[in-house]
Write a protein that binds this ligand. Structure first.
Ligand SMILES: [Zn+2]
Length: 341
C-alpha cells in the first residue's frame, strides 16, 4: 500500500489515505514520486466547484505536477529505464485520432487529464504511459522540475507570439501570469505590465521581470502606460485571470492588429466588447495545456539559457500536511506550493 491525497466522495475537501500501489501495463512506467506541486485545478477539486463536479469521478487520487524517479517499467517500454529522473505530460492522448495521427497530440480529440479524469500523482507511486514521460536534464533542479507543467502553460501562451521588442500586457498575476512575465522578459519584450488585485503577487511579478504592475481597481492600465511613456498600446496581451472585466480592460489597451492569448478560464455568461476585436482587427488564440512535446523542449531550453523561476516557489510542506499547502494557496499569499513525498 502507499499514501496518497484522495478526493474520496463528491463533496468539498481531500484526505490523506492508503491506496494500493499501481502496477504497470506493457507500455507504462511507474514513477516513485519525489516532489509535487499544487495547481489551481487542485483547488477547484478541493472546493468541489461546478467544474470539478462535472469532470472528476470519485474516489480519485488527484494531482498532476510532479517529478520523481522511474521505479518500474512495463514489458514493452523502450523509452526509459528504472532510475531515470523524470517529470511528464499529464494529458493522456489516444494515439489514433486525426490530431494524434497528424503529430498534434495536444489537439487529441479524446484527451484525458491525470489527477482529474484518471488517477493523479499526489501519491508515493504514479503510473504514466512511457510516451508521456519527460527525462530531466541534470541542470534542472528538483523543485523546478516539479513545476514544469505550469511553466509549460506559460511558455505555450507567451511564446505563441513574437515577444522581442513588444510591449506585453498580462491580466492576472497567478502563478502562470507571473511565469509568463519572466518568460516575456527572457524573450526580449520591452515593457511588461501585469494587472491583479493582489499586492503580494504583484510584488513577486516585479521581481520576476514585470516593468510595472497595476493593482486593480485602485490603479489603471492607462496610468501605467503614461508612466512608461507608452503611446500606442500593447502589441501582445495575455489573459490569465479568467475575469471578464480584466479581459475587457485588456481589449481596451491593445494596439490595432495586436495578438491575444486566452489562458484564463472565463465563467459562462459574460461578454466582451466585440467591436474592439473587429475594428482593431485583433487575433485571439485559445490556449490549453502544452504542445506535446514542443513546449517541453522550449521550456527546458529557456531554463538552460538562464530563465530563473525559483522565486515563484513560496512554500513547501511534507505531503501529509497537504492541508496547510491548500490553505496557503487559498490565502492568496502563496504562488507555487510544493509537497514532498
Ligand atoms: Zn488522439
Amino acid at each position: 500500500m502507499m499514501n496518497a491525497i484522495v478526493k474520496p466522495t463528491p463533496a468539498p475537501g481531500l484526505v490523506f489515505q492508503e491506496c494500493p500501489i499501481p502496477q504497470v501495463k506493457e507500455h507504462e512506467v511507474r514513477i516513485k514520486i519525489h516532489t509535487t506541486a499544487i495547481c489551481g485545478t487542485d483547488l477547484h477539486i478541493y472546493n468541489w466547484d461546478s467544474w470539478a463536479q462535472k469532470n472528476v469521478p470519485t474516489p480519485l487520487i488527484i494531482g498532476h505536477e510532479f517529478m520523481g524517479y522511474v521505479d518500474q517499467v512495463g514489458a514493452k517500454v523502450t523509452l526509459c529505464k528504472v532510475g531515470d529522473r523524470v517529470s511528464g505530460e499529464g494529458h493522456l492522448t489516444c494515439g489514433t485520432c486525426i490530431s494524434c495521427r497528424n503529430g498534434q497530440r495536444h489537439l487529441c480529440l479524446h484527451i484525458k487529464g491525470v489527477g482529474y479524469h484518471v488517477p493523479g500523482c499526489f501519491a508515493e507511486y504514479f503510473v504514466l504511459p512511457e510516451t508521456n514521460v519527460v527525462k530531466l536534464p541534470q541542470s534542472i533542479p528538483d523543485d523546478v522540475a516539479a513545476i514544469l507543467d505550469p511553466l509549460g502553460n506559460a511558455v505555450h501562451t507567451a511564446l505563441s507570439f513574437d515577444l522581442a521588442g513588444e510591449d506585453v500586457l498580462i491580466t492576472g498575476a497567478g502563478p502562470i501570469g507571473i511565469l509568463a512575465a519572466a518568460i516575456a522578459r527572457h524573450a526580449g519584450a520591452r515593457f511588461i505590465v501585469l494587472t491583479n488585485h493582489n499586492e503580494y503577487r504583484l510584488n513577486l511579478a516585479k521581481k520576476m521581470g514585470a516593468s510595472t504592475t497595476v493593482c486593480v481597481p485602485k490603479e489603471s492600465i492607462s496610468e501605467a502606460m503614461l508612466q512608461l511613456g507608452m503611446e500606442n498600446g500593447f502589441g501582445v496581451g495575455l489573459e490569465m485571470s479568467g475575469n471578464f472585466s480584466a479581459f475587457n480592460d485588456l481589449l481596451q489597451h491593445i494596439q490595432p492588429g495586436g495578438n491575444i492569448g486566452l489562458l484564463g478560464i472565463l465563467p459562462p455568461g459574460g461578454t466582451i466588447d466585440w467591436d474592439l476585436v473587429i475594428f482593431k482587427m485583433l487575433t485571439i488564440k485559445g490556449i490549453y495545456g502544452r504542445e506535446i512535446f514542443r513546449t517541453w523542449d522550449k521550456e527546458l531550453h529557456l531554463l538552460q539559457s538562464g530563465l530563473d523561476i525559483t522565486p515563484v516557489i513560496t512554500h513547501r510542506f511534507p505531503a501529509a500536511q497537504f492541508q496547510k499547502g491548500f490553505e496557503a494557496m487559498m490565502s492568496g499569499k502563496a504562488v507555487k506550493v510544493l509537497l514532498d513525498w
